[in-house]
Structure formats: C-alpha cells, structure tokens
Design a protein around this ligand. Structure first.
Ligand code: ADP
Length: 269
C-alpha cells in the first residue's frame, strides 16, 4: 500500500489567490502553505482583507481568476460543505452566535451527528475533555464564561476531527487566565498535528505561540517569516498598524531579538 507522511504535505495551500468585491480588488495574488501541526498567524490592518482571505479558504467565497485554494490537496471549490467541515473548523468572532443547545454535551454532539460520524458521543466527550470542560457537560452553554464558551466552540469543532482550525481574533475580550487556557488547547492540538491559523492583533500571542507569520497589506503578502523576523521588522509592523512587544524593542537595543521576557532573562542571566 502507498503510505505517505501527512506531516510533509501542506494541509492548506493558497496559490495566487485573487478576490474582489464588485470589481474592487481586495486580494491581489496571495500564496502560502500551512503545514500540519503549524501555528500560523495572519496580521494586517483593519480592512486589509483578512476575513475575505479566510472566507476564500473555507469556500464561502470563490476566488476570481486562476488562483486557487487546496485543502488537503483538493481544490476547495470541488469540496461540499459537509466534507469541508470534516477537514477545517472555523471559529467565528462571537461564540454566542454558535451556541444553541441545552447542554454542553448536546452542543458538541450536534456537529458529528449532523455529519453522520460514528461514535458521536465518544468523540464529543473526548473533545470536551481536551478543552477542559468535562465537569460542565450538563451545563447550559449560555451560562458559561466567555472563555469557556470559546473553548466549547472549539470542542464542537474538534468533535468533527478537523485537520485545520481557523481562529478569528480568538483572544478578544479574554482575560490572561482564559487566554492561557485557550492557548494550552492550541498547543495540544498542534502536538496532535492539527494546523491552526489565527488572525490576531495580539503581538504577545504571536511572539509566544506561533511559528509562521504573514503580514497582509494592499492585497499582497508584505512580509512572511518567523515571528522574530516579522516582529522585529519595523516596516512590516507599520504596514499592519501594529507595535512589536516592548521586549523585542528592548532586546534589539542589545543587538539580539528575544520574543519573550523569559527568553531574554534566560539569555542575560
Ligand atoms: P479585514 O478582515 O482585514 O478587516 P475584510 O476582509 O473584512 O478586512 O475587508 C477587506 C475589504 O473588503 C474592506 O475594504 C471591506 O470594506 C471590503 N468588503 C468586505 N466585505 C465586503 C462585502 N461583502 N462587499 C463589499 N466590500 C466588502
């Protein structure tokens, strides 16, 4: 039998993607790959086209011209909604819009039930366990805290067994504690080979948890690289209307680049 190493095949491949609304170009030729187990950040100022890019990735919008999006090596325009949902999970900005069931368990089981997946309950319990809500399975979802709601939405996605998860500004409105819990889930998924794409303005998050970053500007990729490559690049930060974390500026003064205070202290002590 033919065996392939999935870890070396991009789970997402965006090739010369172009898109416009009513003749106004928003994406003018975007190309990048996301590998399994990669935590990938998309940066860019408001209105630069991040949401438009995400919608093209999940097939909600269709690219104009010859550009295309390959999801697990299949052109996304040839994938129906149910099959796409098995490969890629999308977390919208406001989790309240996604919650409608009476209990946490029912909420999570909805997806796998709807897709006709086997062992829906076992899958759902495992997903709830992964996000740390196992002691809340009988609770009414709307009574959970914001961070818990977000993790519940992630469990709902996980129960469908996706290989790519897209998070749009996931830490907006979360306190440090909830943010930490969310990122623990992200790291666990990463270790299982799930790829994660995050749109964010939170540079500490980028510095700490991502390994590949792109900056969009004027419909193109302005900069692509490791978090330190991107965060230390003043032009890239300016293009995204962002500021790099103070520790980067401080360590640059010392002729090096450290992404976190911990790394910096470890190096100088
Ligand atoms: P971002 O997510 O980076 O803030 P968007 O992808 O939402 O950017 O928007 C990119 C550009 O496309 C903006 O100029 C926005 O006004 C425009 N746009 C977004 N959605 C639509 C739409 N449905 N119809 C027309 N123009 C749109």
């Amino acid at each position: 039998a033919f065996v392939r190493d999935d870890r070396n095949t991009p789970i997402l491949s965006v090739n010369d993607l172009k898109f416009g609304y009513n003749g106004v170009d928003v994406l003018k030729g975007i190309s990048f790959d996301v590998m399994p187990g990669e935590v990938f950040a998309i940066l860019g100022h408001n209105g630069c086209g991040k949401t438009t890019l995400l919608k093209n990735i999940i097939g909600l919008l269709k690219p104009s011209g010859k550009g295309m999006v390959l999801l697990d090596r299949t052109d996304v325009k040839d994938i129906n909604v149910e099959d796409a949902a098995k490969t890629v999970g999308f977390l919208f900005q406001n989790p309240d819009n996604m919650l409608f069931a009476e209990t946490v368990l029912e909420e999570v089981m909805f997806g796998p039930d709807n897709l006709g997946l086997q062992n829906s309950k076992e899958r759902s319990m495992k997903a709830i366990e992964e996000v740390g809500l196992i002691d809340r399975i009988n609770e009414y979802p709307r009574y959970l805290s914001n961070g818990e709601k977000l993790r519940l939405c992630i469990a709902s996605i996980l129960a469908m067994g996706p290989r790519l998860i897209i998070l749009d500004e996931p830490t907006t409105g979360l306190d440090d504690n909830e943010c930490g819990k969310l990122m623990e889930v992200v790291l666990k998924l990463k270790s299982e080979g799930v790829a994660i794409i995050m749109v964010t303005h939170d540079m500490n998050l980028v510095a700490r948890y991502t390994e590949k970053v792109i900056v969009l500007s004027d419909g193109r990729i302005f900069k692509e690289g490791s978090p330190s490559d991107v965060l230390k690049d003043n032009d890239a930060m300016k293009a995204a209307s962002l500021k790099s974390p103070p520790i980067i500026e401080l360590s640059k003064e010392c002729g090096c680049v450290y992404l976190t205070v911990e790394d910096f202290l470890e190096a100088i002590i």
